[in-house]
Design a protein. Structure first.
Length: 117
């Protein structure tokens, strides 16, 4: 079992930045792909970004490409999401997730990001 705890959410202004962290416990994070997802009020959860085991490859949704950066520090069992040039449409509950196969099996409870216009 992997337990994931997100932090770093909060209130930001349009154009501002936030850095989300996701700390894993229970198992070594280096065995897992990790990803960030978000769910805005009244909308379905959507993919934001993911990163492979070593951190050598990252993938992004088109809506965040060029503004968000996913990274990881396996020594700290932590995955990060640096969010720059924030927009009001980035407002959502952000979830961290981990997978060893094709499906994300482990999820955190989320951290809320609110971007004011």
């Amino acid at each position: 079992q992997v337990q994931l705890v997100e932090s770093g959410g909060g209130l930001a202004q349009t154009g501002g930045s936030l850095r989300l962290s996701c700390v894993a416990s229970g198992r070594t994070l280096s065995n897992y792909f990790t990803g960030w997802f978000r769910q805005a009020p009244g909308k379905e959860r959507e993919f934001v970004a993911s990163i492979n085991w070593s951190g050598s490859s990252a993938y992004y949704a088109n809506s965040v490409k060029g503004r968000f950066t996913i990274s990881r520090d396996n020594a700290k069992n932590t995955t990060y999401l640096q969010m720059n040039s924030l927009k009001p449409e980035d407002t959502a509950l952000y979830y961290c997730a981990a997978r060893s196969g094709t499906r994300y099996d482990y999820w955190g409870k989320g951290t809320l990001v609110t971007v004011s216009s």
